[in-house]
Design a protein around this ligand. Structure first.
Ligand SMILES: [Zn+2]
Length: 270
């Protein structure tokens, strides 16, 4: 159980209201998105939560995508018609059309994905789960890194979050989980290509042999995809590759690998 409750840094409007039950009695392991049934601003939502009806939510997402904070995450909001749910859920009221299917504007949905990702991250969750099944969801015991999506319609005779959002619950879970895992995986280390052969200090040409020629063949394969067998023998194929490389690099095309060609090969490999 997390004792370090925080609030989202995505919040652009704060109006803490008194309509809540004080500190939650269950750790946060659910998120419940709602539809407002109205394309409201963040301030308007604050007015509603300050009015006569005993309703509130932790967050709201206004029609322009502004995230409003009304009840801090540490507190139990009055949102989902279920004490058991709201003790453990972060509730989010999302601006929606006033009529079925209560569609959200694209910016509202995009912000919901970001806000849910942020909530999961700060509360130590790596997965947001959507089962699409009331009994399964409510009986599920989430692992410590799991967050479960629930919907208001399971707790009272309402269509909330509306058919538009209900149809996207799986997409929301998938996008948030993908974002959480993209963040946690370390950036791939750059591939460092290092030549295993010592750089020759002498000129090489057709007929040369030895470790210096291996260095040359390795560099031609890396720099010019020459496809040479690294056998240390400067034969016709190696010579042809040297001539092509010198021509491409606009250096003396003589098939002799001296300081200038060596420098160009090192530069090309990087
Ligand atoms: Zn609702």
């Amino acid at each position: 159980m997390s004792n370090n409750y925080t609030n989202s840094s995505l919040v652009g409007y704060t109006r803490l209201v008194s309509k809540h039950s004080g500190q939650r009695t269950h750790c946060i392991d659910r998120i419940t998105p709602h539809c407002v049934v109205g394309q409201v601003t963040a301030a308007r939502l604050g007015d509603i939560f300050s009015g006569t009806r005993d309703v509130s939510s932790n967050y709201g997402i206004a029609l322009d995508g502004t995230v409003g904070l009304y009840v801090e995450e540490k507190n139990r909001s009055w949102c989902s018609s279920s004490n058991a749910n709201d003790q453990r859920a972060i509730t989010i009221e999302c601006a929606s059309d006033p009529k079925p299917p209560y569609a959200f504007k694209p910016v509202v949905y995009d912000t919901l994905v970001k806000l849910c990702t942020d909530i999961c991250k700060r509360n130590g969750k790596k997965k947001l789960l959507w089962f699409g099944d009331k009994a399964k969801s409510l009986n599920y015991k989430p692992k410590s890194d799991e967050m479960v999506l629930t919907v208001h319609r399971w707790f009272c005779n309402k269509s909330c979050p509306g058919d538009w959002m209900y149809a996207r619950m799986g997409d929301l879970a998938q996008k948030v989980t993908a974002a959480l895992n993209a963040d946690s995986s370390p950036a791939p280390a750059p591939v460092i290509v290092k030549c295993p052969y010592a750089e020759p200090r002498f000129c090489m040409m057709y007929g040369s042999t030895g470790g210096g020629v291996k260095w040359l063949q390795w560099h031609l394969n890396q720099a010019a995809k020459a496809g040479l067998k690294i056998d240390g023998i400067f034969g016709p194929l190696t010579r042809a590759a040297v001539l092509r490389f010198q021509k491409n690099k606009k250096i003396a095309v003589d098939g002799i690998v001296g300081p200038q060609t060596r420098a160009a090969l090192k530069k090309a490999v990087g």
